[in-house]
Design a protein around this ligand. Structure first.
Ligand SMILES: Cc1ncc(COP(=O)(O)O)c(C=O)c1O
Length: 423
């Protein structure tokens, strides 16, 4: 099946007389008629449901769908994208270990890695992902357990060089973990490009309608965990009566451990109702992503030629630094997110935002409706102009997430708001 068909039909199939639409199983608990069956469930010998913290039919259907769309052997949905990033790392690293991460990552992931993981004894080194391979290799350590990056970074919008990063990880016998939130599995399948594990904030385009916070981890089943570096996956787990995940689950060792051990202990489970919204959103992923991309290309081109705009950062523009990587790894499109730098300063950017009518001011991106944010007035308001410059988020930068409206109306709103800037 082609991807558009898979988007609609994977994960759940109605049998004779069953609901056509994935039902919401709003039940924390499930009933059984034999102790033997319950025992087999707890021994992970049979698939099934024993408690919604661990598995639920609505969530399981979405997990199956996302795993199929990414080309993985299994997936685990979480209550947020943050929880997905946390579990993805904690499942393979513990106190005393090291992670190598691109510095071009979402701010929340940066905080998790730089501060919370540090307090837990996991050290993360952040590197410029555009450095040559030989230089990147110098940051690897004996205790490095994974390399982490985003396909299309939020907010830098850099495109990951998959060939370079998969070589960086695999030459060191560690997996490459890629956050594929912005392109979604419709525009990019990192597992086919050398990644071993994929993470998502499903809150963004997968949901696509700004209704449900969520996350997901997808296991490619490609990495050999039995290489001596990951005893917590290959050796007996005392918290699961001595089970070795690699011996018992083979290619699904990583994702089974994430569920059976970490979801059990941390409990960052999505609500079945949210899994239902996520599933409904995914139904139209292909249509939405094509339109987000088409609209973003039109708006970015218009902005690039506007006299009050100094520069536009959008990898879909031929003038962009990452255009060739976008063509190589994201040939069908990237996302609807772009940023602009206005001629002028902080006040000009604020004026643009204050005069928008159709476009809503939101901290979110990837909404179905166009939204914009002035980081210097919002998420980064504690920073001085100099600090903002150093963080590559100048005071006159505006982030815009292009939605599904008619592009002419988005442009018209930006045009009228720009008349108030610099006057
Ligand atoms: C690329 C990326 N990864 C992870 C996250 C965290 O996801 P959530 O907000 O669902 O916890 C975000 C949120 O914006 C994101 O943009």
């Amino acid at each position: 099946m082609k991807v558009e068909t898979k988007i609609l039909h994977s994960g759940y199939e109605a049998k004779n007389g069953e609901p056509r639409v994935l039902p919401i199983t709003q039940s924390t608990t499930f009933a059984y008629d034999s102790t033997e069956y319950v025992g087999d469930l707890f021994d992970l010998k049979v698939p099934g449901f024993f408690y919604t913290r661990l598995a639920n039919p609505t969530t399981a259907a979405v997990e199956k769908r996302i795993a199929e769309l990414e080309g993985g052997v299994g997936a685990l949905c979480t209550s947020s994208g943050q929880a997905a990033s946390f579990i993805a790392i904690l499942n393979l690293a513990h106190s005393g270990d090291h992670i190598l991460s691109s510095s071009n990552i979402y701010g929340g992931t940066y905080n998790l890695f730089a501060h919370t993981l540090k307090k837990m004894g996991i050290e993360v080194t952040f590197v410029d992902q555009d450095l040559p391979l030989d230089e990147l290799k110098t940051y690897l350590k004996d205790n490095t357990k994974a390399v982490f990056a985003e396909t299309l970074a939020n907010p830098q919008l850099s495109v990951l060089d998959f060939d370079k990063f998969s070589k960086l990880a695999h030459d060191h016998d560690v997996p490459l973990i890629v956050d594929n939130t912005f392109p979604t599995p419709y525009f990019c399948n990192p597992l086919k490009l050398g990644a071993d594990i994929v993470t998502h904030s499903t809150t963004k385009y997968l949901d696509g309608h700004a209704v449900a916070v969520g996350g997901c981890i997808v296991d490619g089943g490609t990495f050999n965990w039995d290489n001596g570096k990951f005893p917590q996956i290959s050796e007996p787990d005392p918290s699961y009566h001595g089970l070795s995940y690699t011996k018992a689950f083979g290619k699904q060792a990583y994702i089974t451990k994430a569920l059976a051990q970490l979801m059990r202990d941390l409990g960052c489970t999505p609500a079945p109702q949210n899994s239902f919204y996520l599933n409904l959103g995914i139904d139209t992923l292909h249509l939405r992503m094509d339109r987000h991309y088409e609209n973003a290309c039109k708006v970015a081109t218009w902005l690039e030629n506007h006299e009050k705009i100094e520069s536009v950062n959008y990898p879909g523009l031929p003038s962009n630094k990452y255009y060739s990587l976008q063509q190589k790894y994201l040939p069908k499109g990237c996302s609807g997110v772009l940023s602009i730098i206005l001629k002028g300063g902080r006040e000009d950017a604020a004026k643009l935002l204050d005069n928008l009518k159709l476009i809503k001011m939101e901290v979110h991106v990837a909404d179905s409706a166009t939204c914009a944010l002035h980081p210097a007035s919002a998420t980064h308001r504690q920073l001085s102009d100099e600090e903002l410059e150093a963080a590559n988020i100048p005071a006159n930068l505006v982030r815009i997430s292009i939605g599904l409206e008619n592009a002419d109306d988005i442009i018209a709103d930006l045009e009228q708001a720009l008349t108030h800037v610099g006057v």
